[in-house]
Design a protein around this ligand. Structure first.
Ligand code: F6P
Length: 345
């Protein structure tokens, strides 16, 4: 029988007291994810309806966003968490001020997909609260992603999955109703270096900067273009689902900044979306950047900062950085391929 998440967490922690608290927090998040999964399965009218408010980022809140926020706040209250920073709340909530950890969370990722019965998720990041951050929710969420003690995401799809890392590989667990908990599905994922698929919302093509257009043009040109091979495209619009697919079979995800009002840094949030995804991707041997800079090295200015995000197979993410940072790479492209692009007028 597959080993349980509980056994995995215990073996990762050894006798390290801080890691044990991280593990306890992950256990509580798992219980919360099962509660949320049960609510999703039960369905009910109105889960995907607008709640009547917007969240800190200006997105319209759905009923299920609000339910998810409450369920995960309760999990944080039961954990050694000093501050709970959620996408759904303007300010971080202070909990146990002498506790050693802070939790940043997107309680319901991909909420535009709720009513369509497509996979959605929860993304979390567990940060240390050192003495320098004690009592200061603003500075605790201004730490770089590289200091995360644990991070991961749940996928509410045909299966309830947990993808998580405590810095020692990225592992996948599946909720087993018969077992009554999570059991290991895949241990120590290895993200393929060569990408065959890309994920981007191509409807924003006209708003992108030239390097991103050129990169996508070259993918689309396939075997007749400079890449000399064909690529497939997927866009689920639930980052957790796109990320899980990429972890399993390689590929690249891009949500760049673009010319739309309010989208200069794209759509995704650094602290509770990009950082935990980057932590899982890097721990599986992949890479995550804002186009050029490693996500985990960016110092956030605040809990709700946005960042452009490119993650996936390392070589492919590095290639995007060359398109952005090295104009000579662009000049070397044959103009023929640009003209051939499906997206050119
Ligand atoms: O808000 C986060 C998110 O829903 C991601 O899960 C997803 O990748 C992205 O937004 C979809 O954005 P868009 O609707 O602009 O394609």
């Amino acid at each position: 029988m597959a080993s349980s998440l509980d056994a995995h967490l215990s073996s990762e922690c050894g006798s390290d007291p801080l890691k044990r608290q991280v593990a306890d927090t992950i256990r509580n998040l798992c219980s919360a994810s099962v509660k949320l999964r049960n609510k999703i399965i039960a369905g009910g009218e109105g889960m995907g309806n607008a709640h009547g408010a917007t969240n800190a980022g200006g997105d319209v809140q759905k009923e299920l966003d609000v339910v998810a926020d409450k369920v995960f706040l309760e999990a944080a209250e039961a954990s050694p968490i000093a501050f709970f920073g959620s996408e759904e709340q303007d300010e971080a909530v202070a909990l146990k001020l002498d506790a050693p950890l802070a939790l940043a969370i997107d309680p319901l990722d991909g909420s535009s997909n709720i009513e369509t019965n497509v996979s959605i998720g929860t993304i979390f990041s567990i940060l240390p609260v050192g003495d320098e951050h004690r009592g200061d929710p603003a500075s605790v969420f201004r730490q770089k992603g590289s200091v995360q003690l644990g991070a991961g995401f749940f996928v509410y799809g045909p299966q309830l999955l947990l993808v998580m890392s405590m810095g020692n590989g990225t592992h996948v667990f599946i909720f087993s109703p018969s077992f009554g908990g999570f059991v290991e599905l895949k241990s120590s994922l290895v993200l393929l270096d060569k990408a065959k698929e890309f994920a981007i919302n191509a409807s924003n093509y006209r708003h992108w900067d030239q390097p991103i257009r050129s990169y996508v043009d070259d993918l689309l040109a396939g075997s007749e273009g400079p890449r000399e091979r064909d690529f497939n495209m997927r866009w689920i619009a639930s980052m957790v689902a796109d990320c899980y697919r990429i972890l399993l079979r390689g590929g690249i995800f891009l949500y760049p900044g673009d010319g739309r009002k309010g989208y200069a840094k794209g759509r995704l949030r650094l602290v509770y979306e990009a950082n935990p995804i980057a932590f899982c991707v890097e721990n599986a041997g992949g890479l995550a950047t804002d186009g050029t800079t490693r996500i985990l090295d960016i110092v956030p200015e605040g809990l709700h900062d946005r960042t452009p995000l490119v993650f996936g197979s390392k070589r492919e993410v590095e290639r995007v950085a060359r398109y952005i940072a090295d104009p000579s790479a662009l000049a070397e492209r044959s103009p023929l391929f640009g003209k051939r692009s499906l997206f050119r007028a």
